[in-house]
Design a protein around this ligand. Structure first.
Ligand SMILES: Nc1ncnc2c1ncn2[C@@H]1O[C@H](COP(=O)(O)OP(=O)(O)OP(=O)(O)O)[C@@H](O)[C@H]1O
Ligand SMILES: [Mg+2]
Length: 308
């Protein structure tokens, strides 16, 4: 649904988006991460036909973004980073205006859509308020409401939760979560727990280049230098330690005094959980806990984007 092929953008002699490639299938929610200045906003502007590319291709819903920008925009909801809004309009007027811009010419059906997005974006209590007088969080919600007014199948959201309080972050997260069933979403953010909670996939960009692309779990597995499995079995500790050490693939057994469990280390990418289960079943040692240690998204992000 969202395709970038060798997409490249230069400003002067600086390449800020550098031959990036990805293909996002229908229904996927993708977190787009990267440090300040990495090229997220620029990539989104290229994908939404707000900026011409210097090289490469972009397609949305099979349409060429650069040749068919108008057709693309009908299928697309875009929340830009600066979220420009019409300061003098009242909230529902602004949504009607956004709807007309998006081709909702029929008054009755447009009014129905305005009601729907007012409800889904939690804007009811601000009806009657001028856009210029909204708080930052409500302004952000209005931007989101305007972006989805025409019920587009693709959403490209540039930091939709920036500047929101923690309650609002959760509400916007829930809203995106609700949309995910029928939409394809690319969302940039600096709030990493939000990504872990809502995204099927993470693309990390650094200095214009994609440095990681996969599920958060895959990235954690790819980047770990070894695999660590926390195992707590009920039974004689010495026997358990010996049995764990005999697991095919286990390289080292470390006792975790605090948790009362053992940490079984193995080569990166190995998965010894099934072996532990069989061993526990064979010896009749109940499994009290079994946990694969994973790098957090924060750790992955830092490792990939910290420039020396
Ligand atoms: N119109 C422009 N002219 C010149 N340089 C630009 C322009 N727009 C962006 N840049 C540069 O391109 C680089 C990427 O900027 P971009 O806004 O895409 O980063 P970002 O990943 O969205 O960062 P942030 O997390 O701060 O929003 C930056 O170095 C920026 O200064
Ligand atoms: Mg940006």
């Amino acid at each position: 649904m969202i395709l970038a092929k060798n997409l490249t953008k230069r400003f002067g002699d600086r390449t800020v988006v550098d031959h990036i490639n990805f293909d996002i299938p229908q229904g996927q929610v993708v977190g787009f991460l990267g440090p300040n200045g990495a090229g997220k906003t620029t990539t989104m502007r290229l994908l939404t036909a707000y900026l011409p590319a210097d090289e490469g291709q972009a397609e949305l819903a099979g349409l060429n973004v650069f040749n068919q920008p108008l057709a693309v925009r009908r299928r697309l909801g875009y929340l830009p980073e600066d979220n420009p809004l019409w300061e003098d309009l009242e909230l529902t007027e602004a949504l009607h205006f956004a709807g007309r811009l998006r081709g909702l010419t029929d008054d009755a059906s447009r009014a129905a859509r305005v009601r729907a997005v007012v409800k889904s974006c939690g804007l009811r209590r601000e009806i009657g308020t001028k856009v210029g007088e909204l708080s930052k969080g409500f302004r952000q919600r209005l931007g989101l409401a305007a972006a989805i007014i025409h019920d587009p199948e693709i959403l490209i959201l540039d930091e939709p939760t920036s500047g929101l309080d923690p309650n609002q972050v959760l509400e916007v997260r829930d809203l995106i979560y609700e949309l995910r069933t029928h939409k394809t979403v690319l969302i940039s953010t600096h709030i990493l727990p939000e990504v872990t909670a809502t995204c099927d996939r993470v693309i990390i960009i650094n200095a214009g280049k994609i440095v990681a692309d996969g599920t958060p779990a895959d990235l954690a597995g790819d980047m770990a230098d070894k695999n660590r499995l926390h195992v707590e079995l009920k039974g004689p500790k010495d026997d358990i330690r010996r049995a764990l050490a005999g697991l095919p693939g286990a390289s080292q057994i470390v006792a975790d005094e605090i948790e009362g469990s053992f940490i079984v280390e193995s080569a990166a990418g190995a998965d010894l959980r099934e072996g532990v289960f069989r061993l526990a079943a064979h010896n009749d040692w109940p499994i009290l806990s079994l946990r694969q240690e994973r790098l957090s998204l924060e750790e992955i992000f830092r490792a990939l984007t910290q420039n020396p």
